[in-house]
Design a binder for this molecule. Structure first.
Ligand code: ACM
Length: 267
């Protein structure tokens, strides 16, 4: 199957223009599944929850998801993209998984980064669902979830072959860390990050770009610097079903869960 990601610099609040920019880039490459950045149409630095509420939309019927749905229908493709999601009074930093037949799933960010904690609600229930999209089994996580190895581990244990990872990265460590996440779980990961600067808080944020696709051997198949671009590559998702690193080491079967009880205790 062919995987793609889109990296660009959204302008805060310019939803329609940002979607057009992202979809124009995506239109330039053929793929079965496209990953777009976290909050790709809204921008990142909401001043407060009121402003977030104005730009948030439900997972179905809102302007961003409707345009994505129409685009997926027209292209016969899947897309994973970050949106600010409104569900009643709750506001989530979410990723939608859209296919040619409409919405397939929603992931609500579990680990909120920095001031996201003042703005968004964290996922309230089990978020780590795995979706069979025909050509592969995929799971989603968002940006800062990368620093918690449990996320990719759970998705992989549940059968995900490819982790879809919309991001707005500012720390420099994620691209290297995702190499380890993929290696230790023998999965693919597509990190779609944004670029540019937002300066709406008292602290400006510079987004690092470096979107990438990593394979189950921890090899970086594609990585951008900070250019705006869409790129794609063929992968074989079945490679992620082989959990052996040597003929005698299956990284899942070899886990000593009898020795890991602290992992499930809160700090
Ligand atoms: C992040 O989680 N957006 C850094």
């Amino acid at each position: 199957m062919r995987l793609a990601f889109v990296q660009f610099s959204p302008s805060f609040g310019k939803v329609s223009e940002n979607i057009s920019q992202a979809l124009t880039l995506a239109d330039g490459v053929e793929a079965d599944l496209y990953v777009f950045p976290e909050l790709f149409a809204s921008g990142y630095q909401f001043k407060d929850r009121e402003e977030l509420k104005e730009l948030a939309e439900p997972a179905t019927g809102g302007p961003t998801v409707e345009r994505l749905a129409e685009w997926c229908r027209r292209r016969g493709a899947f897309a994973c993209a970050g949106i600010p999601e409104a569900d009643g009074d709750a506001l989530y930093n979410s990723a939608v998984l859209m296919g040619p037949d409409g919405l397939r799933g929603v992931y609500r960010k579990v680990h909120l980064f920095w001031r996201e904690k003042d703005l968004f609600d964290a996922a309230r229930e089990d978020a780590f669902e795995v979706y069979d999209v025909g050509l592969a089994r995929v799971g989603m996580m968002i940006c800062f979830d990368w620093i918690f190895p449990e996320v990719v581990r759970i998705l992989a244990l549940r059968g995900a072959q490819i982790v879809l990872h919309p991001a707005n990265l500012v720390l420099p460590d994620c691209p290297a860390a995702m190499v380890t996440r993929c290696l230790e779980n023998r999965v693919f990961a597509v990190t779609a990050n944004r670029t540019g600067i937002e300066d709406r808080w008292d602290e400006a944020m510079t987004f690092i770009g470096q979107s990438q696709i990593v394979n189950p051997r921890g090899e970086v198949l594609l990585r951008l610097e900070d250019e705006g671009a869409a790129v794609s590559i063929d992968v074989n998702p079945a490679e992620a079903d082989d959990k052996f690193v040597t003929p005698q080491n299956d990284v899942f079967a070899d886990r000593r869960v009898d020795l890991y009880s602290e992992l499930l205790k809160p700090k």
